[in-house]
Design a protein around this ligand. Structure first.
Ligand SMILES: Cc1cc2nc3c(=O)[nH]c(=O)nc-3n(C[C@H](O)[C@H](O)[C@H](O)COP(=O)(O)OP(=O)(O)OC[C@H]3O[C@@H](n4cnc5c(N)ncnc54)[C@H](O)[C@@H]3O)c2cc1C
Length: 403
C-alpha cells in the first residue's frame, strides 16, 4: 500500500532542511542570483550546511552520513530548493556523486576517498560526462558507433590511464575537489561499450578549469569546462575497478530524475505560495485580486499542476526507495514536473503584474531557475520522452506490463 506518512526520522530531516533553508539560504538567495557567477559560490552556506550533515547525508552511517534514502532526499530538496535551487543543488550533487562512489567504488576506493570527503566541509563533488560535441548522445537513448560520441580519451599506459580532451557545462565544475569522469577507454567500439568512469581529484597535474559558463538562471550553481592535458590517473582509480558499461547506470539516471524533479517542485511551491500571498494582499478593482474569479481560476490551475507534480514525485521516489527503481516512471516524473513548474512559475509571475518582472522580487528568479530544468538533468525533455517511448516499446515486446 502506498502511504504518504513520513517517519519520525524523515520529519526531523525535513525540519532540519526547512530551518536551515529559511535561516541561511532564503535571506541571501536573490543577492547570490545577481552576482557575477565567478564570485557567487556560497561557501559560507556550504560550510554551515556541511556542519549539519547536509553535504554528506546520502552516505550510510558507517561511512559518515545518515543514509538518507531517495524519498527522504526528495523531501529535503523540496525544502532547500524552496529557498534557492542553486544552493540546494550544490548539496544534492554531492549526494548523487557520493552515492555513486559508495555504490560503484571498490573497498579500496571508498577507503581512500570517502573519509576525506566526509571530513572536509569544503569538499564538493562533480560528475563529468557532457562534452562540447556530445550531449544527448549521452542520454542513454543513442549509442554512437566507434569514432563518434564521447571523445575524452583515457589511454592505458602501464599502471595509468592518461586522459586528454575536455568536458563542458560540468556542475560544481569550478569548485569540486573530485569528479567522476566518463572517458573513452576503447575507441574501436560503440560508446556504450567503450567508455569507463574515473575518479579524478581536481589537483591532479594536467587537470584545469576552463571557462565558467554564465547561465541566465540557477546562477549560484556554477558550471564549467574541464580541461584534461595528459592527466595521469592510476588504474586503481578506474571506478569499480573495471572498464566498460556500468551496471549502476540505469539506477543513477533514476536518482537524477527524482532529484531534478524534487528541485523543480520545490521552486514551484515557492512560486505558488508567493502568488497566493500576493493575490490576497494586492487590491485592485476595490478588493483583493484573489476575490476576482479569473484570478481564482488561475490559482486553481496552478494548484492542480502543483499537487499533480508533488503526488507523482512522491510516488516515484517512494517506488524507487522501497520497491524497484522504475526508469520510465522517473522519466515521466522529470518531464511532468519540469513542465508543471514552468507553468506554475510563469503563472505566478504573470499574476504579480509589472512587479513580477522586477529583480527585487524572487518570482522572476523562480521562472529563470525553473526554465533551466527543461534543458538538462538526465537529458532534455525531448530525450527523456524518447527514452520513455523506447522503454514502453521494449516492455511490450517482452510481454511485460507496460505500466
Ligand atoms: C544547468 C546545467 C547543468 C548541467 N550539469 C551537467 C553535469 O554536471 N555534468 C554533465 O556531464 N553535464 C551537465 N550538463 C549538460 C547536460 O546534460 C546537457 O546540456 C544535455 O544533456 C543536453 O545536451 P546538449 O546541451 O549538448 O544538447 P544537444 O544534445 O546538442 O541537443 C540539442 C537539441 O536537440 C534535441 N534532440 C537531440 N536528439 C533528438 C531527437 N532524436 N529527437 C528530438 N530532439 C532531439 C535535444 O532535445 C535538444 O533540444 C548540464 C547542463 C545544464 C544546462
Amino acid at each position: 500500500m502506498l502511504e504518504f506518512d513520513l517517519t519520525e526520522e524523515q520529519r526531523a530531516l525535513q525540519s532540519l532542511a526547512r530551518d536551515f533553508a529559511q535561516r541561511e539560504i532564503q535571506p541571501v538567495a536573490l543577492e547570490l542570483d545577481g552576482m557575477d557567477v565567478r564570485e557567487s559560490f556560497p561557501w559560507d552556506i556550504v560550510k554551515k550546511g556541511s556542519a549539519l550533515g547536509l553535504r554528506t547525508m546520502a552516505l550510510p552511517p558507517e561511512w559518515g552520513g545518515v543514509g538518507a534514502d531517495l524519498l527522504t532526499q526528495s523531501i529535503m530538496i523540496d525544502e532547500l530548493a524552496y529557498a534557492d535551487m542553486s544552493c540546494c543543488k550544490i548539496f544534492s550533487q554531492c549526494w548523487k556523486v557520493s552515492r555513486h562512489l559508495y555504490m560503484a567504488g571498490t573497498e579500496d576506493q571508498k577507503n581512500r576517498y570517502i573519509p576525506s570527503f566526509v571530513e572536509d566541509d569544503t569538499f564538493v563533488l562533480g560528475q563529468a560526462i557532457t562534452e562540447p560535441d556530445v550531449g544527448s548522445d549521452n542520454s542513454g537513448y543513442y549509442d554512437p558507433p566507434a569514432g563518434q560520441g564521447l571523445a575524452l580519451r583515457a589511454e592505458r599506459q602501464g599502471d595509468y590511464f592518461v586522459l586528454n580532451g575536455m568536458k563542458h557545462m560540468i556542475a560544481n565544475g569550478p569548485v569540486a575537489k573530485l569528479f567522476v569522469v566518463t572517458a573513452r577507454t576503447d575507441p574501436t567500439v560503440s560508446q556504450n561499450n567503450g567508455v569507463s568512469r574515473f575518479i579524478v581529484p581536481s589537483d591532479t597535474p594536467g587537470f584545469s578549469i576552463g571557462r565558467i559558463h554564465d547561465k541566465f538562471g540557477f546562477r549560484a550553481y556554477p558550471n564549467a569546462e574541464l580541461i584534461f592535458e595528459d592527466v595521469k590517473i592510476p588504474v586503481e582509480d578506474l571506478l569499480g575497478g573495471k572498464e566498460g558499461p556500468a551496471s549502476e547506470e540505469t539506477y543513477m539516471r533514476t536518482v537524477g530524475s527524482i532529484e531534478s524533479s524534487s528541485h523543480t517542485m520545490g521552486v514551484a511551491r515557492a512560486a505558488f505560495d508567493a502568488a497566493v500571498k500576493f493575490a490576497n494582499e494586492r487590491v485592485q478593482g476595490g478588493k483583493p485580486i484573489i476575490q476576482h474569479q479569473a484570478v481564482q481560476n488561475t490559482l486553481a490551475e496552478l494548484y492542480v499542476a502543483l499537487q499533480a507534480g508533488r503526488t507523482l514525485l512522491w510516488r516515484t521516489a517512494w517506488t524507487s526507495t522501497y520497491k524497484e527503481p522504475d526508469a520510465a516512471l522517473a522519466g515521466a516524473c522529470k518531464v511532468f514536473c519540469a513542465e508543471a513548474t514552468r507553468k506554475i512559475t510563469q503563472g505566478a509571475m504573470e499574476l504579480f503584474g509589472g512587479v513580477g518582472v522586477m529583480r527585487d522580487l524572487p518570482v522572476q528568479k523562480y521562472v529563470r531557475d525553473s526554465l533551466i530544468m527543461l534543458h538538462h538533468a538526465g537529458g532534455t525533455q525531448s530525450m527523456v520522452k524518447l527514452k520513455i517511448g523506447k522503454t514502453l516499446e521494449s516492455r511490450y515486446q517482452q510481454g511485460l506490463p507496460v505500466v
